[in-house]
Design a protein around this ligand. Structure first.
Ligand SMILES: Cc1ncc(COP(=O)(O)O)c(C=O)c1O
Length: 402
């Protein structure tokens, strides 16, 4: 007699639904297309091609040599928190150190802020197109994210205030605003901020302001110009949380250092969250942050001057290309513009890499509202931009002939 034993079905393990549903990065998808291909010119990631200034690297080396290798206070070492408080006060008005916490870069600041405020079933509104992390982070926590899209016109990207206010109801827990904006370079005006703050106050809605590009601002010619900030108009004890980073203003993307400004009433809880996320930012990196804040004014000023030159050059050059629609944005370090064939921006960007070795980010990486556009990070010198433009021309001409 033969016996057949049933094969037990295997229950393959998987992450929980909220995590499985997260969008994977379309910028990475395009970058993977270039793997193994020599001579790709990458303009797809949001960072400068310059190394961190020597004096900041020296500060980290000195801290390491003198033994800054231990855990620190959850909220950061006191001299760094003091330096951040002084920096924020100089830009945005009096800010006491008990409103400041050090984080492991901007993205960790955003995760911590979201963990402080939103949970399962909460309703979040985000202004898009937007760096995807800002939309995906609340979803990890089980929140529902509604998007309000900027609108593109002859003068660039603009906010439809009526649409935004309509979306912000007493049922909304949190508004996410990134200004200056990645990818569009849009900057929320002071008047718009006042209207939004008033409305959010009326309905008890939290504002998470991602201001990591605040110093990369071209709307004001003064050397220490800074984009309008919610910190300029809000009191430090209301429902406004502001995230910032050393990555962009001091060319420190790989260091993973940032900060949060929050109401003092949240600080104990924020300390607990930092304990359970990272415990603290790396000790010697925090020392480098002090050097950046104390002596990095000229680094930022020079970076912004160079960005302005690169931006103007790229805009002028793109304007001469048939079928390209581009405007000059007031902030950040990206051009977000339409190109022939960008109706499927992911396919277009993959073709650009494959056919001419030009690395741009597809607009759809920044939400469905970004479809039809591509993003070009211009944080590099004009010669490199020129090389990229030559490839783009070659690609567009090839398409016309074909
Ligand atoms: C809008 C925005 N916020 C936050 C960040 C986070 O930067 P980091 O984690 O390097 O500080 C980025 C990075 O590109 C960004 O574009």
């Amino acid at each position: 007699m033969s016996t057949t034993s049933a094969v037990p079905s295997i229950d393959f393990p998987g992450a929980r639904d909220a995590v499985r549903d997260l969008r994977s990065s379309r910028i990475r998808e395009v970058a993977n297309e270039g793997l193994g291909k020599e001579n790709v010119l990458p303009f797809w990631f949001g960072e400068s091609d310059r190394v961190t200034p020597q004096f900041i690297r020296d500060a980290a080396c000195e801290a390491l040599s003198s033994g800054a290798t231990f855990y620190t206070h959850n909220l950061g070492i006191a001299p760094l928190r003091d330096a951040i408080a002084r920096h924020v006060s100089a830009l945005h008005g009096p800010t006491d150190v008990n409103h400041v916490a050090v984080t492991s870069a901007g993205v960790n600041a955003l995760m911590l802020a979201a963990q402080l405020i939103v949970g399962t079933g909460d309703h979040v509104v985000a202004i898009t197109p937007l760096w995807p992390n800002l939309v995906e982070i609340p979803k990890i926590l089980g929140a529902h994210v509604e998007t309000v899209s900027l609108e593109y016109g002859a003068t660039g990207w603009r906010l439809n205030m009526e649409k935004l206010l309509e979306a912000l109801t007493p049922a909304t827990k949190l508004l996410v605003v990134n200004s200056p904006n990645n990818p569009s370079g849009w900057v929320m005006s002071r008047d718009e901020q006042k209207t939004v703050l008033e409305h959010c106050r009326r309905h008890g809605i939290w504002i998470l302001a991602d201001e990591v590009y605040e110093r990369l601002y071209y709307g004001d010619d003064r050397p220490d110009a800074c984009a309008p900030s919610f910190l300029d108009i809000a009191s430090r004890d209301e429902r406004v949380v502001c995230a910032n980073s050393f990555s962009k203003s001091w060319l420190m993307t790989g260091w993973r250092l940032g900060w949060l400004v929050v109401p003092a009433t949240l600080m104990d809880d924020l300390g607990k969250l930092i304990e359970y996320n990272t415990s603290c930012a790396p000790s010697f990196v925090q020392h480098a942050g002090i050097a950046a804040l104390n002596d990095g004014g000229s680094t930022t000023r020079q970076f912004v001057r160079d960005l302005r030159t690169s931006r103007d050059y790229l805009v002028r050059s793109l304007e001469t290309l048939p079928g390209v629609s581009v405007t000059s944005p007031p902030g950040a370090m990206y051009l977000f513009f339409s190109l022939p064939g960008a109706a499927d921006s992911l396919a277009l960007c993959k073709s650009l890499v494959r056919e001419v070795g030009l690395g741009l980010a597809p607009g759809s990486a920044f939400g469905p509202e970004g479809e039809g556009y591509v993003r070009w990070c211009y944080a590099c010198d004009v010669a490199r931009i020129d090389a990229g433009l030559a490839r783009l021309r070659m690609f567009l001409e090839g398409r016309q002939l074909g």
